[in-house]
Design a protein around this ligand. Structure first.
Ligand code: GL2
Length: 829
């Protein structure tokens, strides 16, 4: 940055000093005060963890200050607010992100240095907040960052699980799950609001009563649980705005069950009350599958009910009627998990606020929007009617009422087309009667969004075809994005500085389209050299991490080829591993002279399998068994290594992504709704080896096919092969590789048999056979390009330059304008 430019940036942040001062001396005192009085450790004897705690509390003070100012300002302005409801938020660590967004990183680094600590080591003390599974959950975290940065008056609502996503431990190559009790050492990033709590009702009976001259429906609950708010401030970057993520924790209700306490069974009565806390105790570790479990339904309703009560309470603070509710409130459903909010809003408005059904219905239809993240109809959430009726009897009545009007409307429109009626009905008939939460959401929401253009096409032509024919105007897409603050500024400071230097400004951190400016320098040798140097430093950091995690020493000269994401058959980690076996086999059969031409590779795989997902667990074991063989084979040496990184999470991703050369995104076309991992690699200048699926189709448009390695069947080809029931002949290379696995070359042949069968005798649903040859070709093209480091570097720069569209700032801007109808509301300095 030019001196003047940097000066401007610093002044800009200095103006944001409020009551608390941000110079290094004030910060040092603050950190020490917190060590002494908050952490209650002597300030003369501090270890790294205590330094982290002291610093985190000092940052928290600054977050609270801005949070207060922002909320005061919103209250005064009373803009339309967005409420973002999600059962999962994968926030990762908060320290670095907070000080960067608050604009106080340099000052804190100085303060820590002067106290004798290294910022990097202190930041490493923080655990991840892993209150989510995968892409969907990280998406909500990225979107919160964009909402704050873009000054939108928004709130996030979710559940404060005591146990986040399980820790993955690998023993003898097998995944084991361990609980993630992330609150063990306290959580400085949240503020407990004991005074913000709501009673949430379950079970019981519903009666019609005549009260105050009116017919009313009265729900008498069988159980009441208290929802207590925990606020997590989310600071925007380059703005004073700090918004709130409010997570609910379940506590026993203050309303005692007089009967059990009265019978003298005091101990059991207390134990029973305590059970209430289990509602928010643990995150379900499955993505993309629903199980119809009572606890899960309780979680969903618990967080939805508390959030709706909170939203209505806030609205009523400054409004005496509900006339303007739809002008002041937008509610976003992140998938169907929070869709009971629709029913809850209607219930509260009708039963408690005594609006007419028509008034409540109109409000609900105006305020709710829904984003789906699913590609296949089987992935849509259904709740057994018996379960819903027993847990939430009044809600089931309301759903039936909605369905009655809806099916009447359908009959008027389409006549007695029973097939269509039964497909579209909110109630699914059958041996087990179910409520289809997606149908409910589509019927009520004014807007239904897919998460990429290709996803929208699938929704229109397959998943929600009937609904699209009925209401084409409701269906849209907002291609997902990721935040450049977390995924470059925080995790890749070297690249961040380099981009700022070459663009001559750091404005790209808020206006990401400016990255396009890198294109004009792509031929510049100096930039290329600096680009390579930054990437090399990141690789060395990754080499050290790999050694610490696995004990393996790998060479930074090799190509780092990475696939990190949840383990799923459709994501085809198996294709990757079989490709690695093929490469291994080729190298083994090479003459020495040929080996000299091999591009050395370090293949890195990481990801968790849902605990009950047997095939995914077998893939993890296969990866370890193959790795063991290859990594210890003296014939192979540094030419090929296979590393499995255990316990993949957000902070591991922050380290691995900047150090990767090539990353793989090879889902069978038509199976990934969007995919967001590819965007994180892209903006970091890592080249993509990918199938044309989900948002990658749009990445190809932005970057150009020539700057990526594309392989595999296209979406329409997959559809056609499936329609025709074609089981293409497997390529010989693949048959050979599978034979090695079956013959026990990597041991455990019985255990791996179902993996081989899935390709050879069970129809190869994910088309590994079809895509294997083009996958190997793409890998060969990547090898060829890597040899020419200049070309590779240019492709890398062009990847970053063209990644602007995939910022969550763009996604949120689109949602704000096209779906939510909200405007920025910037808190003055
Ligand atoms: C997912 C989709 O599978 C993924 O393609 C998409 O990018 C994200 C975010 O929209 O949502 N759906 C889902 O349930 N998980 C996803 O990652 N876990």
């Amino acid at each position: 940055v030019s001196g003047e430019e940097k000066g401007r940036t610093v002044r800009f942040f200095e103006m944001m000093d409020g009551f608390l001062k941000n110079d290094p001396v004030s910060l040092q005192k603050d950190i020490l005060d917190h060590v002494e009085f908050t952490v209650a450790r002597s300030r003369f004897n501090i270890d790294d963890f205590e330094a982290y705690q002291g610093m985190a509390h000092s940052v928290r003070d600054r977050l609270i200050e801005r949070w207060h100012d922002t909320q005061q300002f919103f209250k005064k302005k009373d803009p339309k607010r967005l409420y973002y409801l999600s059962l999962e938020f994968l926030m990762g660590r908060s320290l670095s992100n907070s000080i960067i967004n608050l604009g106080v990183k340099d000052q804190y680094m100085d303060a820590l240095n002067q106290l004798g600590f290294s910022f990097e080591i202190v930041a490493e003390q923080e655990g991840d907040a892993a209150l989510g599974n995968g892409g969907l959950a990280r998406l909500s975290a990225c979107q919160m960052d964009s909402l704050a940065t873009m000054d939108f008056p928004a709130w996030g609502y979710g559940l404060r699980y005591q146990y986040g996503l399980f820790r993955q431990v690998i023993l003898d190559g097998f995944q084991h799950e361990q609980p993630d009790y992330w609150l063990n050492f306290g959580n400085p990033w949240e503020i407990e609001r004991v005074h913000v709590s709501y009673a949430v009702k379950f079970y019981g009976t519903v009666e019609e009563k005549h009260l105050n001259g009116k017919n009313c429906i009265v729900w008498t609950p069988g159980e009441t649980v208290e929802a207590v708010a925990y606020d997590n401030p989310i600071p925007g970057y380059g703005t004073r705005n700090t918004i709130n993520l409010r997570l609910w924790a379940a506590k026993p209700s203050g309303q005692y069950d007089m009967e059990s306490f009265g019978t003298g069974d005091y101990i059991n009565a207390v134990i029973d009350r305590q059970k209430a806390e289990t509602i928010s105790s643990v995150l379900y570790p499955d993505d993309r599958s629903y199980q119809g479990k009572e606890l899960r339904l309780k979680q969903q309703y618990f967080f939805v009910s508390a959030s709706v009560q909170d939203i209505i309470r806030r609205f009523k603070d400054s409004h005496s009627s509900f006339d303007k509710f739809h002008e002041k409130v937008a509610l976003q459903l992140n998938d169907t998990h929070p869709s009971l909010a629709i029913v809850e809003v209607i219930r509260v408005l009708v039963d408690e606020e005594h609006l007419s059904w028509k008034e409540a219905w109109d409000i609900a239809c105006n305020i709710f929007s829904y984003t789906t993240h699913t590609v296949v109809p089987e992935g849509l959430e259904k709740i057994p009617v018996d379960l819903l009726g027993s847990l939430l009897p009044r809600h089931l009545q309301i759903i039936y009422d909605i369905n009655f009007s809806f099916t009447e409307e359908l009959k008027q429109r389409f006549g007695l087309d029973y097939d269509r009626l039964s497909r579209m009905s909110i109630v699914e008939e059958g041996a087990v009667k179910n409520i289809r939460m997606a149908n409910l959401s589509i019927v009520v929401c004014h807007n239904v969004n897919g998460v990429s253009r290709a996803h929208l096409d699938t929704l229109k032509s397959k998943v929600f075809k009937d609904f699209y024919e009925l209401w084409p105007e409701k269906f849209h897409h907002k291609t997902n994005g990721i935040t450049q603050r977390r995924w470059v500024v925080v995790s890749n400071p070297g690249l961040c500085d380099l981009i700022t230097k070459w663009l001559g400004t750091d404005a790209w951190i808020r206006e990401v389209d400016l990255l396009l400016g890198l294109r004009e320098h792509v031929e510049n040798k100096e930039l290329q050299l600096e680009w390579r140097t930054v990437r090399r430093v990141n690789k060395i950091r990754l080499v050290e991490f790999i050694e610490a995690m696995t004990g393996m020493k790998v060479s930074p000269d090799a190509m780092f080829d990475v696939q990190i994401k949840r383990i799923h058959e459709y994501k085809r980690q198996l294709l990757n591993i079989l490709g690695i076996i093929h490469r291994y086999d080729c190298i083994k059969n090479m003459k020495d002279s040929e080996r000299k031409r091999v591009v050395p590779r370090v293949c890195i795989i990481g990801g968790k399998a849902a605990p009950g997902y047997e095939m995914a667990k077998k893939i993890i074991k296969l990866c370890h068994s193959v790795g063991e063989k290859i990594n210890t084979d003296p014939d192979i040496g540094d030419l090929l290594k296979l590393i499995f990184i255990p316990d993949y999470n957000v902070s591991v991703a922050e380290l691995v992504i900047p150090g990767s050369d090539l990353s793989q995104h090879i889902s069978t076309a038509g199976h990934e709704a969007s995919g967001t991992g590819s965007m994180k690699f892209l903006i970091n200048g890592c080249l993509l080896l990918a199938t044309a699926d989900g948002s990658r189709l749009e990445i190809i448009e932005e970057i150009g096919e020539e700057n990526m390695f594309i392989c595999g069947a296209k979406i329409h080809e997959v559809a056609k092969m499936r329609e025709n029931g074609e089981a293409p002949k497997l390529p010989l290379e693949l048959v050979h590789v599978l034979r090695m696995v079956r013959d026990g070359y990597f041991g455990h042949e019985e255990y791996f048999k179902p993996l081989c069968d899935s390709i050879e005798s069970a129809g190869d649903f994910y088309l590994l056979g079809h895509d294997f040859p083009s996958y190997l070709e793409a890998q060969a093209a990547a090898d060829k390009a890597f040899v020419d480091q200049e070309t590779w570097t240019k492709m890398s720069i062009l990847s970053t330059a063209g990644s602007g569209k995939f910022s969550s700032d763009r996604t949120i801007g689109d949602y704000a304008a096209e779906t939510w109808g909200i405007e920025p509301c910037r808190c003055p300095f």
